[in-house]
Design a binder for this molecule. Structure first.
Ligand code: HEC
Length: 406
């Protein structure tokens, strides 16, 4: 039963996470575009530096930006922060449900580094916290005074983290962590820098003082980083469904290229929003990065026999293999699934094992017992369209095997 409950908890958290992320990125893209597109106001109240006219949903909007603040603070001020906090909180919860509870399968890859699920979870928490700490120190260091130097330093930091994480976690676990580190930096920018700075500015104005311009400058710098990091994060969050991205040999280089591609695409839009001629080179860079990613992903992820042989035996796996019901279950999986789910699939139109799920050796079948239960016993998701005629008696046989090795 808990399989069903956790599956739904996970789906609900994912739904919430995607919805809050849409709200966050939506409002943040909107404000960046609005800000860049402001034009000089002709007849405007004192303090207004730019304005825009927009049409949406049957009405016209006349937006004016007060560069520092209006002479009198309005009664009500709308803040934009819960979109960001909600995205981080639901994302962290989802990380727990999917990657911490499933750490043995999704985070730990014993061919990469042999560690227990508990150690993997500790490494994950340390990676998330330290990613922010190092980034924040970089921004506050002398390098932070030069936008270009800082951009390069942050980029190198993220690439180094990608390299390190792919040498600690499974490819899929590493990718979601690089995404989560960047997303944590983005939310911490909102929570620890942008909103507190804005609050200080508001407090100074209410007290009749002139706010420190450094506060606004710092907030703007962090907000610009958030903007350029958005597209890479979305790619990394989706990449878990695409083994060619996360489970190939040069996966960390793929991350390095995705950050460049995503940031270049944002740059095109940002320039366009300024009503300037957008630079074509950004699309050329993005396309070249993408082509390089495709090429890198075709280099096979060969595992050296030395490393594979050195793996320690896993007791849960051993129990599934030793079950008296294993042979019957294996024969079913081999005859109904492995034409698609193999190192070299033989099913027409399937070039690589779908979702990286390989069911072609005794060990691989035993390692995927949980997925087999979910996709072929609990549900009829697999085989797709029941193309290989997996019968109900066979599904029952699979269930008997999985239950026998609990
Ligand atoms: C005709 C080819 C084919 C056969 C046969 C097949 N699968 Fe799949 N399988 C796929 C495809 C395609 C996907 C990816 C589906 C998607 O994109 O959501 C997939 C995905 C999966 C996944 C991963 C799902 C996820 O979302 O992570 C599992 C687990 C799986 N199959 C198990 C099985 C099992 C068990 C069998 C045999 C009972 C089986 N499959 C038979 C093609 C096949």
């Amino acid at each position: 039963m808990d399989l069903v409950i956790w599956e739904w908890v996970s789906f609900a958290a994912r739904w919430l996470h995607v919805v809050t992320a849409i709200a966050w990125i939506g409002s943040s893209f909107y404000f960046v575009a609005l800000d860049l597109g402001l034009r000089k106001a002709a007849e405007a109240p004192a303090g207004v530096g730019g304005e825009a006219w927009q049409v949406h949903g049957g009405g016209f909007y006349h937006i004016q930006k007060y560069m520092v603040a209006p002479a009198r603070m309005p009664e009500e001020l709308t803040w934009f922060k819960w979109e960001s906090y909600g995205t981080w909180l639901s994302g962290f919860f989802l990380m727990g449900v999917v990657y911490y509870l499933g750490a043995d399968l999704l985070l730990v890859d014993r061919a990469v580094l042999d560690m227990s699920p508990t150690v993997a979870i500790i490494v994950s928490l340390v990676a998330l916290a330290s990613g922010w700490i190092v980034y924040d120190l970089l921004c506050k260091s002398p390098i932070g005074e030069d936008e270009t130097k800082l951009g390069i330093a942050v980029y190198l930091l993220l690439v180094a983290e990608a390299w390190a994480l792919t040498h600690v976690f499974s490819g899929r676990g590493a990718f979601v962590h690089i995404g989560a580190i960047i997303a944590t930096i983005m939310t911490a920018n909102v929570f620890l820098i942008i909103i507190p700075n804005q609050k200080k500015v508001v407090a100074a104005l209410i007290a009749g003082q002139t706010p420190d311009p450094a506060l606004g400058k710092q907030a703007k710098q962090r907000s610009t980083h958030n903007n350029y990091l958005t597209l890479p994060v979305v790619f990394l969050m989706l990449s878990g469904h695409y083994p060619l991205a996360f489970a190939t040999r040069w996966n960390w280089l793929i991350v390095a290229l995705v950050i460049i591609a995503g940031a270049s695409i944002r740059h095109w839009f940002n320039t366009m929003h300024k009503h300037e001629k957008p630079p074509i080179w950004t699309w050329i860079v993005a396309a070249l990065c993408f082509l390089a990613i495709v090429a890198l992903s075709t280099i096979p992820a060969v595992q050296t026999p030395g490393k594979a042989a050195a793996l320690k035996p896993d007791p849960a796996l051993a129990a599934r293999l030793a079950s008296p019901h294993f042979t019957a279950a294996r024969d079913i999986v081999v005859s109904r699934c492995s034409m698609c789910h193999a190192q070299e699939p033989v099913w027409a139109g399937i070039a690589v094992a779908p979702k990286g799920v390989m069911l072609d050796t005794d060990e691989r079948i035993a390692a995927h017992a949980r997925e087999i239960a979910l996709h072929s016993v609990r549900t009829r998701a697999m085989p797709p369209g029941n193309v290989t005629d997996l019968g109900d008696d066979e599904r029952r046989q699979l269930a008997i095997w999985i239950a026998s090795a609990k």
